[in-house]
Design a binder for this molecule. Sequence first.
Ligand SMILES: NC(=O)c1ccc[n+]([C@@H]2O[C@H](COP(=O)([O-])OP(=O)(O)OC[C@H]3O[C@@H](n4cnc5c(N)ncnc54)[C@H](O)[C@@H]3O)[C@@H](O)[C@H]2O)c1
Length: 275
Amino acid sequence: MEQSSRGWLDGLTAIVTGGAHGIGSAIVERYIAEGANVCILDRDADAAHSLAARYPGRAVASPGDVTRFEDNAAAVAAAQESFGRLDVFIGNAGVFDFNRPLRKFDTDLLSPAFDELFAVNVKGYILGAKASLEALSEAGGAMIFTVSNSGLYAGGGGPLYVASKHAVVGLIRQLAFELAPDVRVNGVAPGGTITRLSGPAATGQAGLHLDEIDGAEAYIAKGTPLGFAPAPEDHAGAYVLLGSPANSRAITGAILPSDGGLEVRGGGRRKKPGS
Ligand SMILES: NC(=O)c1ccc[n+]([C@@H]2O[C@H](COP(=O)([O-])OP(=O)(O)OC[C@H]3O[C@@H](n4cnc5c(N)ncnc54)[C@H](O)[C@@H]3O)[C@@H](O)[C@H]2O)c1
């Protein structure tokens, strides 16, 4: 896509972790459409390279694992070398626990599953924040972290996933407090979205993907007032808003839900559309 001369992100550079698939790749494409240059940090090296190759001069791949500080630092260096600056760090790579309840957890698996899931969902965000902090401070930039409805409510995952996403809310609040006024720190909380989101290897769920679960789309749609399961692209605008200093310079420490209205599910029955 050609660079718009009036995009909301003209001239900015962003890193998107987990940017090779799903919500992350939708953010990458929308950021480029809004005028930004993007560095994709993802452990799926082939997919990261092939997405970047579709936008020569506008996107680069920095394959790596977000649970390693060096890989986050390499992405910051790649962004700066390729585009001369870094304005937005988007922590987004994550894994799911496929709603496994505590009662059904094999005791031996609990500890390794916790370590693996928290390493990606929480430590990965902290390491990315640390690696990008200096560049973002110089640029007066922003951090944006993908939360989830599971960061706000129970019932959108099992105890590991829900606890990890609640931890992300705490991380956003603390970093927004610590880094003001230099860097704005916000979150986007998508609701259930049909992607290939996978789980920890420790529970044998690394090869399991959300989009392969029968009935997932209808289940998500039924649970939300707006009545549809969002696509990854439906969340991308929220990240554009929070990454654009011209449009959100007064916003920090906020979590923007993008979940079809879970906050207003209410008590009784909802009316049918149009009635
Ligand atoms: N799909 C949903 O229903 C949903 C809902 C709310 C929040 N989320 C969150 O959205 C984010 C993106 O998930 P998605 O649904 O787009 O899934 P996805 O699997 O399509 O995308 C996640 C990406 O992260 C990458 N990744 C995973 N672990 C990594 C690691 N250790 N290092 C580097 N890259 C890694 C994967 O390769 C993949 O490209 C996650 O934080 C997830 O928790 C998803």
